[in-house]
Design a protein around this ligand. Structure first.
Ligand code: GRF
Length: 201
């Protein structure tokens, strides 16, 4: 299947997908960033993947930005859109256009800690466990049905940085797994629920 990855930053999750692409039978046909300096664009270029920048600051509102982003994504004819550290809120028109074929990864055990600063919030709450979640994208921010989670135990000595590092190691395993399931045709979203091999997740 054709996959387009949308990023804003370092692109370590993109790298994990690039490294696994042959093994999980995906063709990353394009990488799009809203930030021109995102290191993920360099990773894509090194893997000979076409890239585009759609800079949100060049648009007067969310709707015109999302329209341009959709056009950029669709120019690569994706079967699946993978948001990997993409840091913009999406309009309902955008999320509807990709219903059932767009995934996101979020650094918390959703539904806990939607939004930003998840590691800090988990530490401040004294949580014993933290982690990451891959989910289908719906209109609700970080709210679509979960596909897979990875749990990280929180140590007393953990800092925001150490926790982020541990969570990211796990992200690099669960995101390629979720994408592999989708590529095999085994992962689907119907009526706002995720199914793996016909079983509701
Ligand atoms: C990840 O922690 C992801 O969960 C969050 O943003 C970060 C992206 O990291 N949404 P990278 O750009 O893939 O390295």
């Amino acid at each position: 299947i054709n996959v387009v990855v949308v990023i804003s930053g370092s692109g370590s999750n993109l790298q994990a997908l690039i490294d696994q692409a042959a093994a999980i039978n995906i063709n990353i046909t394009g990488v799009i960033s809203n930030i021109a300096s995102a290191y993920g664009l360099t990773r894509a270029a090194q893997a000979n993947i076409p890239t585009q920048v759609v800079d949100h600051t060049q648009f007067s509102d969310r709707t015109t930005f999302d329209t341009a982003l959709m056009a950029a994504i669709d120019s690569y004819q994706p079967d699946l859109v993978v948001l990997a550290g993409f840091m913009r809120i999406l309009t309902p028109t955008f999320t509807k256009h990709y219903t059932g074929r767009m995934l996101n990864i979020h650094p918390s055990l959703l539904p806990k800690y939607r939004g930003l600063h998840t590691h800090k919030r988990a530490l401040e709450a004294g949580d014993k466990e933290h982690g990451a979640t891959v989910h289908f994208v719906t209109e609700e921010l970080d709210g679509g049905p979960n596909v897979i989670q990875a749990i990280v135990p929180v140590a007393g000595s953990d800092t925001e940085a150490s926790l982020m590092e541990k969570v990211q190691q796990k992200e690099h395993k669960i995101y390629p797994q979720a994408v592999a399931w989708f590529a095999e045709g085994n992962l689907k979203m119907e009526h706002n629920k995720a199914f793996l091999l016909g079983e509701m997740l």
